[in-house]
Design a binder for this molecule. Structure first.
Ligand code: SF4
Length: 357
């Protein structure tokens, strides 16, 4: 799977394209007016390993959250702006690391040019986010049905316009909720341009079906070497978007390392809330780079056996659990509230030992 060579740009301190590692991003879903909720979610995303955080800026006054979030999280922030070009200008003045605009919703060339002028002054990268549902009238007149070719033409038009103004810190996305249309648009575009690409399936759906849809769409594109940043769009907690993003990269062999969780499906014998433990643990270790198998098992039937086979394992009994590392019991009588912390501790221990070895 040869990765297509694209130009390199930087969003904050994160390199995009030009052979840099594929970046996982997600988007905040809180009301930006509620600073505490927004910060809490941004920190949850950071903890899950999210490398770029996007924030919707529906009104100009929401831009005041930008310096606060940047300071508190340290994760580069991308402002998502539609309709009102003044919001994009204000966001750049407030120090946003990149903006995502859809020229189709700004819908006025002069206003797009004003955004670009400020991007040049503030050295702000721009994602040109083309969406099949909001192509500009000029393109819609030419193509009777909005399709992949229409999306590509729209993107190339704006690239040329922005390049002519002297700005090349650009990234492009061409999204549709139809997987095959999205794939076709990215394939056609990447034959014609070497700008870095943000890939995703827009409005993919609820967590379960949306993750599958995204894994197919993003997975096929990445397999073809297309994509420099990814976002799995899900109707649900954005932490799942990050977890799904890392799974796609790992399962394609793009990221070689990571925690492989082996967990039992649970049954009537299970006396512990394994589902909650596994769900929380998965969120906490999604971005870990250590190549380790971790077993989390619900009872004494298969639990100790599986847990012993894994690098690290925990098997729950009636009340308490037993912790194994490399096949040996290392702790017994563990209360379930301690399970996640102890597992993480053992991951760090094992990783440190491997580094020393
Ligand atoms: S390990 Fe125990 S709880 Fe889990 S599925 Fe097997 S028998 Fe059921």
């Amino acid at each position: 799977m040869a990765r297509k060579k694209t130009r390199k740009i930087h969003i904050g301190n994160v390199p995009i394209g030009g052979g840099s590692p594929i970046v996982v991003q997600s988007m905040l879903k809180t009301n930006p007016e509620n600073l505490q909720d927004t910060l809490h979610q941004a920190l949850e995303l950071k903890r899950a390993g999210c490398e770029l955080i996007r924030i919707a800026l529906p009104q100009i006054d929401k831009c005041k959250t930008i310096p606060f979030l940047k300071n508190e999280t340290g994760v580069p922030l991308i402002g998502d702006i539609h309709f009102n070009y003044k919001i994009a200008i204000k966001a750049m003045e407030e120090g946003i690391d990149a903006i995502r605009i859809n020229p189709g919703t700004i819908n006025n060339i002069q206003k797009v040019k004003e955004i670009v002028n400020v991007a040049i002054q503030t050295k702000t990268p721009i994602r040109i986010g083309i969406n099949v549902g909001s192509l500009e009238k000029r393109i819609l007149k030419k193509y009777t049905n909005p399709n992949a070719d229409a999306m590509v033409e729209s993107a190339l038009y704006y690239i040329k316009m922005i390049e002519d103004m002297g700005w090349q810190e650009l990234k492009v996305s061409l999204k549709a909720s139809d997987i095959l249309q999205t794939i076709s648009a990215y394939e056609k575009f990447s034959k014609k341009s070497d700008y870095p690409l943000h890939v995703g399936i827009t409005e993919a759906g609820p967590v379960f079906s949306g993750a599958i849809k995204s894994a197919i769409g993003i997975g096929i594109l990445l397999y073809k070497g297309i994509g420099d940043t990814i976002r799995v769009s899900l109707t649900g907690n954005p932490v799942y978007e990050v977890i799904a993003g890392y799974h796609i990269l790992r399962d394609l062999g793009i990221r070689k390392k990571g925690i492989n969780i082996i967990s039992c499906p649970t049954c009537g014998r299970c006396k512990t809330s394994i589902m909650d433990i596994v769900e929380e643990f998965e969120k906490e270790v999604a971005y870990f780079d250590t190549n380790i198998n971790v077993a989390i098992m619900g009872c004494e039937v298969n639990g100790p056996g599986e847990a012993k086979e894994a690098d690290i394992g925990i098997a729950f009994g009636q009340e308490k659990a037993t912790l194994f590392a490399r096949g040996k019991i290392i702790k017994t009588g563990i209360p379930k509230e301690m399970a996640r912390e102890l597992l993480k501790e053992e991951i760090y221990n094992l990783a440190a030992k491997e580094t020393r070895e």
